[in-house]
Design a protein around this ligand. Sequence first.
Ligand code: NI
Length: 192
Amino acid sequence: MAKKPTSAKALELCLLGNPIIRKEAIEVESIKSKEIQTLLKDLIVTVKKVNGVGIAAPQVGRSVRLFIVASSPTIRYPQAPKMTPLAVINPKIIFASQTIVKGWEGCLSIPGIRGLVPRHESVTIDYTDKTGKKVIKTFTGFVAKIFQHELDHLDGKVFLDRLDTVKDIITEKEYIKQMKTNILLTKGKEIK
Ligand code: NI
């Protein structure tokens, strides 16, 4: 009997409160292993299914240093730029702009809320791609925010840890309502 081909599958999300979300993840050693390659494919399926723009391995219960950046306009992020999902392995920030920009973020592991998070406007990341090739690249704006958010997950941090004040937390329901009715939300502004 022919072996059934394995196809990528959506994985179950780990939510805030699960200890793995607060754990520092370990470096990936064998990028080309079936285990890691399968995880990367499954993460892409998972992030699309839940309308995310990024997902880190600890969010599906795997404490290893890799994430997917998959910016695309979704119900959760209508303004997101479209890009081919990118697998980022063992990333390090080697340069971060001094300009800090605040923007609304949500997290698949913290459903129902959004926070106004200060992030570097651009970051230069040193990482390994899914083929094992070393890459150094600079990202700006929304995609730079995703990198910083996902990289935090690898260090056991979540966006709530980055807020200036808990008053910068709002419900997702209210966020979507205000966005739809075009009421001006607290605008992201540059701070030094
Ligand atoms: Ni997140």
